[in-house]
Design a protein around this ligand. Structure first.
Ligand code: SAH
Ligand code: SF4
Ligand code: F3S
Length: 457
């Protein structure tokens, strides 16, 4: 089924200059699921006779794949639309602009005509309809497709990936957890999984096409379930690990209540399943976790961490934290700080609570002042930076195998790669080192975010 999995990089795809050209530019916001979805959209558009371009100025269709998880994610899109309106007025009166993704699902028809610009709105389960909607938009029509599906997984569509050494692969869609703060179940619909065989096949083809690392994606990957053959996530992970023993396998995101012993065992058993686990805790206070409807308390979470560390001693851990959730007291906040100090995460994504329409928490009182939210978040960030820096300092002298990614994002004179534990390692490039190589490096210095290393020959 997956014959030509890796398509040429979109920028290499030439765009015919005729006035009939249908050149599509996609801009992606939000989580990795959206990145993977944009590759599916690119594939659907290409099959329908459109051309993908990375140059916005030569496009006549602009699709924004959007995120609703926090208010500022949506604000970013409204600002972007303001800029795009200028582009349409100045350069291309016939430009078609579409909103895809979670904002499309959340705001639906309200987005049509936004800034005199948006003419199509397509939710995450309706991407097969984009070509038809764009063609109608060229004819002056407006279109909305926002039905959520219980079955759509796009399993049969080969994503149009931009060539690289790492690939994203969606194994499931939607979420059934309804955490009190979260909009995702409303924008992505009910949970559904792809078949195990389709995932393993795609992983094998990725490997055959030169991809060195794959990240299995889902809002809640560890509740993955292949209904037909009753395969769960540890089984899927094990099958992928066996199918491509020389490829690195990662996954995100796991929910603590589905972090089973079987999953931990898979980490311990297969060398190519990376020693890195992202396990969002959200809060260190059991009271807050209960109000968040997270289905675990502080103790249960800490017991999972203990079980992971016992079986996978070198594991790196990261988390998500929401600061200032409804009714969070100073005491609750200190419990978050103390949990962070106890776990000692290698890294964390930290957010200020943002109320989202339709979620359960709308019914709660947002009792924490803006000032307290900001201060608490800053305390959390400061503590995490300190812990990350301390952990990285203990790495000095340690040897890591690093997958070479290319020129460093921060310093063009150096190169970077990633350790199995998902840390960025900086090293000096020599001509014998190519993108996609696995090399050994020794850590000589560090910051809270980066390891500085020497290549070992
Ligand atoms: N499915 C993943 C998370 C998806 S959203 C999981 O359950 O872990 C990514 C992160 O955004 C969440 O972990 C949470 O920390 C944060 N988040 C979600 N809703 C939020 C909100 N309303 N305000 C602030 N942060 C939020
Ligand atoms: Fe949102 Fe919770 Fe689902 Fe994660 S598990 S996507 S936080 S509802
Ligand atoms: Fe955002 Fe939707 Fe992902 S809300 S975080 S793009 S699932």
């Amino acid at each position: 089924m997956y014959i030509d999995l890796i398509a040429p990089k979109t920028s290499n795809t030439s765009v015919p200059k005729s006035k009939d050209a249908k050149a599509v530019y996609i801009e992606t916001y939000g989580c990795q699921m959206n990145v993977a979805d944009s590759e599916i959209v690119a594939s659907i558009m290409s099959s329908a006779g459109f051309f993908m371009t990375e140059n916005i100025d030569e496009s006549n269709v602009i699709l924004l794949n959007t995120c609703s998880v926090r208010d500022n994610a949506e604000k970013k899109i409204f600002n972007r639309l303001k800029q795009l309106r200028g582009l349409k007025r100045r350069k291309n009166k016939k430009l078609v602009v579409g909103i895809l993704g979670c904002m499309a699902e959340r705001l639906k028809g309200n987005l049509i005509g936004e800034r005199d610009l948006v003419s199509i709105v397509v939710g995450p389960d309706e991407y097969r309809n984009i070509p038809a909607l764009v063609n109608e938009a060229f004819a002056g029509e407006q279109g909305i497709a926002v039905k959520l599906s219980k079955v759509e997984t796009y399993e049969d569509i080969v994503p149009l990936r931009t060539q690289g050494i790492s690939a994203w692969l969606s194994i499931m869609r939607g979420c059934n957890n309804f955490c009190a703060f979260c909009v995702v179940p409303y924008t992505r619909g009910r949970e559904r999984s792809r078949t195990l065989n389709s995932v393993v096949d795609e992983v094998k083809h990725l490997y055959d096409s030169g991809i060195k690392e794959v990240t299995l994606l889902g809002q809640n990957v560890n509740s993955y379930f292949d209904k037909e053959y009753k395969h769960d996530f540890p089984k899927l992970l094990a099958e992928c690990a066996k199918a491509v023993p020389n490829m690195r396998i990662r996954y995100t995101t796991s929910h603590p209540h589905d972090m089973s012993d079987g999953l931990i065992e898979a980490h311990a058993t297969y060398k190519n399943i990376c020693d890195y686990i992202h396990l969002p805790v959200q809060s260190g206070s059991s009271d807050v976790l209960k109000k968040m409807r997270r289905d675990y308390d502080r103790e249960k979470y800490l017991r999972r961490i203990e079980a992971i560390r016992k079986q996978v001693p070198d594991v790196a851990l990261s988390t998500d934290i929401i600061s200032g959730f409804c009714y969070e007291t100073e005491e609750d906040h200190r419990e978050t700080l103390s949990l962070m100090a106890e776990v000692r995460y290698d890294g964390a994504y930290m957010f200020k609570y943002s109320e989202r329409d339709n979620t359960l928490a709308v019914k709660y009182e947002d009792t924490v002042s803006e000032e307290d939210k900001t201060r608490r978040l800053q305390e959390i960030i400061d503590q995490q930076h300190k812990i990350s820096a301390e952990i990285n300092f203990t790495e000095h002298g340690r040897v890591h195998e690093v997958l070479v990614e290319g020129v460093s994002k921060k310093n063009e004179n150096e190169w970077q790669g990633r350790t199995d534990t998902n840390k960025v390692a900086i090293f000096t490039h020599t001509d014998d080192i190519k993108v996609g190589d696995l090399i050994n490096v020794k850590v000589t210095g560090s910051t809270s975010a980066t390891l500085f290393t020497d290549v070992i020959r």
